[in-house]
Structures are given as C-alpha cells and as structure tokens.
Design a protein around this ligand. Sequence first.
Ligand SMILES: *Cc1c(COP(=O)(O)O)cnc(C)c1O
Length: 367
Amino acid sequence: MQVPFLDLRTQFQSLREELLPEMTAVMEKAAFIGGPALRDFEAAFAAFCGAEHAVGVASGTDALQLALRAAQVEPGAEVITAANTFVATVEAIALAGCKPVLVDMDPETYHLDIGKIEDAISPRTRVIMPVHLYGDPVDMDPILEIARRHELLVIEDAAQAHGATCRGRSCGALGDLAGFSFYPGKNLGAYGDGGAVTTGSAEYATRLRQLGDHGSAKKYHHDFLGTNSRLDALQAVVLATKLRHLPEWNVSRRAVARAYEERLGDIEDLRLPRIREDFEPVFHLYVIRSKRVQEIDAALQAAGIGFGYHYPVPVHLQPAFRELGEPGRFPEAERGAKEILSLPMFAEMSEDQIDYVAGILRAVFER
Ligand SMILES: *Cc1c(COP(=O)(O)O)cnc(C)c1O
C-alpha cells in the first residue's frame, strides 16, 4: 500500500461534475476578473467565518501583507508573531515594511507562547499576529486582552485554519483582520494561488479592495500606492464550490485525527495533538512529536507513506531572516523543528490507510 501525504486528485474526482460547469460558465462569459463570481464567493466566505467582510486577494502572503497596509500600520512598526510558523507570516510583515518580532514556541500548543508576548512589546509595537498553526486555533482571549491593554491591533494568520473555532467563534472573526490562504493544499484550496482577508471593518475592507487594485476606486484614478492582488473568477467558483463541502471535510479530518489517537494514543515518547476544551481544530496538519523522529522518517519512507516537516528550519535560522535571532534565541522552536513530523491527513483518508500508517508507527516503537 502507498499512502500519500494528501490526495487532491481523489478530491477532484468527487467534485468534477459539480465544478466543471461552473468553470465553463466563467469562460463562456469571459468574466475573469471581479464580477459576480468573486462577490458571491466573498459573501459566502465572510458568512462562513462569521465576519462582516471578506476580500479576495492573490495569495495568503498578500492577504497578511495587505491587511497590515489596510490597517495603515506604519513602516518600521513592530509586529509580534510566532517563531514557529511558515515563513510567509514573517515575510508578509517584512514586505509591508514592518519589523517582525518573534516569540518562542509554547511547547504545549506549538503556538507562540502567550506568556512571553508582553516581554516582546516595545514602544514601536503596533500589531500582534498570532498564527492558528496546523489548523489549531490560538487561545485568542488572553491575546485580545493584551492587545486591548497596549492598544495593539490583532491580525490573525488563519492560512491553515478555515473553519476552526475558538470558544464557538471562527478563526477569521476573532481579531481586527485575518489573512487566509487558498493554496491548493490548504483545507480550502484553489486550483492555483489565492487568498482572502476577513474583517469586521468596512473601512479596512474598502481600503483592501483598493490596495489590491492599484490603489484605485475608479478605473484609471489612483489614490495611493497599491498593487495587483486579486482573486480571479475561476478560482472564486472553485472555492465557492469547495466551500460547500468544507464543513463535511473538516468533520472527516477530525475523524481521521480521532482514529490516529485511538491507534497511537498509548505510545510513550510519541506526543499526539491535544484538543483543548472549547476549541475545534480543523487539522490542516496532523503533527506528532517524538525524539525518535529519524527512525519514524525512515520507517515511513520505506513503507511508501507520505509525510512532512512543518517546519524543518525555524524562520530565524533561515538565511533570509538572520537578523531575527541567533541560533539558541528561540530554543523551543528549535527543539520542535527537530522533533515534529506531520503524518498523512486528508478528508478522504480511508480506514485501511489509517491502519497502515498507524501500524508502521507502532512497529517503530515496538522494536
Ligand atoms: C500557506 C501559509 C501562508 C501563505 O499563504 P500563500 O497562499 O502560500 O501565500 C501564510 N501563513 C501560513 C501559516 C501558511 O500556512
């Protein structure tokens, strides 16, 4: 047996009949940019998140960058975020002209350590950008409380968390703004790149639309420096169609997580994701942690099982971001990078596939 890390081809087969007429209609109308397809998706996605507004953009990276610019966070301002994240979080902050300030990983949740946020605040801090990493919502209440006390904005990096909830409220509706990615492998993935910003503020939403359309509210009239960052109509119909299935897919992902837990929960030196009360994760990734990760790596490879590291090199150890900290500066993130591995996780995963992966893992710990 072979088990892929994720399986987008099987998903496409289940959507084919529903999706192709929608895509054909866009091409027949030749309405590729903007128009009703985009507006319908934006409205549906905003409603899904429980946010007032959603604005489609070209990628998750742009969503975060443009969220900072829409909120008029001035260049040079400091933005606090997680040392353990995908590089794009930090890249977006730098691209907006701001200074990323990292907070080490909490070894329990793998999120930024909330207890260390206040130590990272300076007179130049304007924003906290928590990352709902792996599809597991950050505990937002203490972050919102810190933000209120220090008059900071909160911009969620929700790129991995479509549909995840924290105390009954959806990621994307918890802070002032949120950035989502529709990269194909995300829980809600386009057939190409895409992203969206959600916000409760009409003012931010209006500025976002303008930022992504060359700073223009009226064709050929440009009020400020913008860029070209749009979600096109073909991606909008793909996403609108998939959004209808997303709740059931997220339920299936949680069922896969439970099945792993049942099969692997008793193994010592194998830490599985923990679900906190009042939090509903969507398992963008299913990460395990162990000191024996190299043996697990070899066993999975030999068995034809797809897996990944998220992320093998912490951001501050990347050549691109050396200025963010010397080796040893964020010890929990550095340790995590060596011990955290992601198992196959997708909604269509079969019982046989789960059994197979779990069996290979158990064998590692039984030798
Ligand atoms: C995917 C991702 C992004 C960036 O999204 P793109 O659409 O690839 O630009 C940002 N942050 C996190 C945590 C991500 O996983």
